[in-house]
Write a new protein. Structure first.
Length: 647
């Protein structure tokens, strides 16, 4: 079963929908139809997709979760549609998330485990989406999200409790990562295996040519590849900025305010004395007395090390700070002694203190003129944050009273702006030079998180508290560009596709000869393929694990049997390759302990995940989790049909 995680995480969307019980819930994900979970007799109904004991998961629950998950995925990859999600097992994976979460919660409760309300509250207040401009939990924003998503606080807290229970149960299981060296050694040796071979490349560019495509060919190619000419969903987003620069004038402190701040904090600017000390703490008094005597006669550092102790240097410390670290008596002695003097032993918080005064620094008082700029800057920052918080709270109250975007902007004298129709990546497809604007990233994200008719929202833009009021103006649904607008591009793509097919045909002919025993270079020469060439390739298996991406020809080389050959498409549709394996030299990691150790660690991590999978399967069996396959199939068909009708 170790291959399970490799397969799912290597799929097109697997990394996004892989079971994630160890990740804390986000409000956006919790926005599903939580009420679709209900307790009852536990009997399957025509709209039941799964049952865990007496808890039933309904059709509406699953559909809402799948739709929410697709929206989340599209934030990262706008090209993923419902059909792709369904084809890659997304519906089953999301249902498994739901089933597993409920089963783990029930199992934990059966074992006498519980998640406290205090812990749930702590987890809720740590969700980034609910942190306001002051850096603290924003209750108003939370309540607004609950209202928009038609949820209750109890439902959200129930979701968090369920995920926390899962984390309690799964943490120790995933952490079981022990793997013996005898098991890791063969895998480590496999990483050192060396293979060599040849690759023949037949470039598609060399095959371009021939007659211009006919209208019928262009139309047929357009229909078969309409997705290539389809513009993804775009959104026009209205926004108004509230930044520190906008509030500079009203945030400037007066001279009276600066003077008041100076007077209120005079102790900070008063003259002070700082001392640098070398200190040793001795647990018993006699030992401290002996060390003090030696320190006064020579070096305190040497005396400490001779006693098996390590001296500590305390640099530029003030008396009050030193007293808090040691004792008032030690501070009085240290700050009453001359430079170079040794004090002690004096009773400290722990043991007895012996110290030497290394340096004395007199820090003169600072006048108002000297710290004027410093105070003005601090007060400006405070007043700016206060002004932004006041605007934020005013907007928040108005949003709760159902004010629209224009009313909010006008009442607060904010400048209204609007983006062009942008994709979720922040690109305008109608502008060839368009690039995502980092300044609009959070605004675009909020626009794509909203639904038509939703109330405006506020998103933080910078650490200084700057934020934006955001409202979805309109949605431009995904649609193909008309053929007459893209005919030249379609004709070019047709010619490229024809060349690619010709390159494949030539490469297939080369492969056929190689499989009959003809040397690769000779087969290429006999084919007469334009621009075809051969070159040697070779590598150690460990090299194909390069995180930057393995060379596809090398990756194929390590999947071939001895003497084998296979066809492979070149990256970026550049043509076709024939890869042939010539030699295999086994590796031996017995003399490379570091490699064996790292392999043990990787295998151990995989074993931990394997244990987790087996544990959750056992829990679901114990909790009598079952699925209604017929209803799941119908839900998938409904989702696919609805998605198609929206295109």
């Amino acid at each position: 079963m170790l291959g399970f995680f490799r397969r799912i995480t290597n799929s097109k969307i697997g990394l996004i929908i892989t079971f994630g019980v160890l990740a804390m819930i986000a409000v956006a994900f919790a926005a599903g139809d939580v009420t679709g979970l209900r307790s009852g007799s536990g009997a399957m109904t025509t709209t039941t997709v799964a049952r865990i004991g007496n808890t039933v998961i309904g059709e509406a629950q699953l559909k809402q979760r799948v739709t929410d998950q697709l929206n989340e995925i599209r934030q990262q990859n706008p090209t993923v549609d419902m059909a792709t999600l369904i084809a890659n097992g997304g519906v089953e994976s999301i249902l498994d998330q739901l089933t597993t979460g409920i089963a783990l919660e029930k199992f934990g409760q059966d074992q006498g485990m519980a998640v406290s309300r205090a812990l749930v509250g702590s987890e809720l207040q740590s969700i980034p989406a609910l942190i306001g401009p002051t850096g603290k939990f924003d209750q108003a924003a939370y309540e607004r999200i609950l209202q928009q998503r038609r949820l209750t606080d109890a439902q959200i807290q129930g979701e968090i409790a369920q995920q926390t229970m899962a984390r309690f149960l799964m943490g120790p299981t995933v952490g079981a990562t022990q793997m013996p060296e005898s098991v890791a050694l063969p895998y480590a040796s496999l990483l050192l295996e060396r293979r060599t071979g040849e690759v023949a490349i037949v470039p598609a560019a060399a095959m371009i040519g021939g007659p211009a495509p006919t209208d019928a060919e262009v139309q047929d190619f357009y229909k078969r590849n309409v997705a290539r000419y389809t513009v993804p969903e775009r959104r026009v987003i209205r926004y108004a900025l509230v930044t520190s620069d906008m509030l500079k004038a009203q945030a400037q402190p007066s001279e009276a305010e600066i003077a008041q701040a100076y007077n209120a904090d005079r102790a900070k600017y008063a003259a002070k004395e700082r001392r640098t000390l070398t200190q040793v703490v001795v647990l018993d008094q006699k030992g401290a007395e002996a060390l003090a005597a030696k320190a006064k006669a020579g070096s305190i550092a040497d005396a400490a090390r001779a006693a098996g102790l390590e001296p500590r240097t305390i640099s530029a410390v003030e008396k009050a700070a030193y007293a808090s670290q040691t004792s008032a008596a030690a501070a009085d002695a240290a700050f009453g002694a001359a430079k170079g003097a040794v004090i002690g032993p004096i009773k400290g918080g722990i043991g007895f203190i012996v110290a030497k005064v290394d340096a004395i620094e007199q820090v003169p008082a600072k006048t108002l003129a000297q710290v004027h700029e410093e105070i003005a800057k601090a007060l400006t920052a405070q007043k700016t944050i206060a002004a932004m918080s006041k605007i934020h709270d005013k907007l928040d109250d108005a949003i709760a009273d159902n004010a629209n975007f224009s009313e909010l902007a006008n009442d607060n004298k904010l400048t209204m702006q609007a983006t062009p129709a942008l994709t979720s990546a922040g690109i305008n497809p109608d502008d060839a030079a368009s690039k995502p604007d980092p300044a609009l990233a959070e605004i675009v994200k909020a626009g794509f998180a909203a639904e038509e008719g939703d109330s405006p929202t506020m998103v933080q833009l910078a650490p200084d508290g700057s934020f934006a009021l955001v409202s979805l103006d309109r949605v431009v649904h995904s649609a193909p560009r008309p053929l007459d607008k893209v005919r030249d591009a379609v004709a070019k793509d047709f010619a490229t596709d024809r060349a690619r097919k010709a390159a494949r045909q030539a490469a297939s002919a080369i492969l056929a000869k190689v499989q009959k025993g003809v040397p690769l270079a000779q087969a290429v020469a006999q084919s007469g393929a334009k621009g075809a060439s051969t070159q040697p390739i070779g590598a150690v298996r460990g090299q194909i694990n390069d995180p930057r991406g393995a060379n596809p020809a090398l990756a194929l080389l390590f999947s071939l049997p001895g003497g084998g050959a296979r066809l492979l498409e070149a990256p970026n549709n550049a043509g076709w390759m024939v890869v042939k394996l010539d030699t295999i030299v086994a590796g031996d990691a017995a003399k490379m302990p570091q490699l064996v150790t790292s392999t043990r660690r990787e295998l151990g991590s995989m074993v931990g995940r394997e244990y987790a999978e087996q544990f959750t399967n056992a829990v679901k069996a114990e909790m009598k989790a079952t699925r209604n396959q017929a209803e799941i199939a119908r839900v998938k068909a409904d989702l696919a049909g609805k998605d198609a009708s929206n295109q």
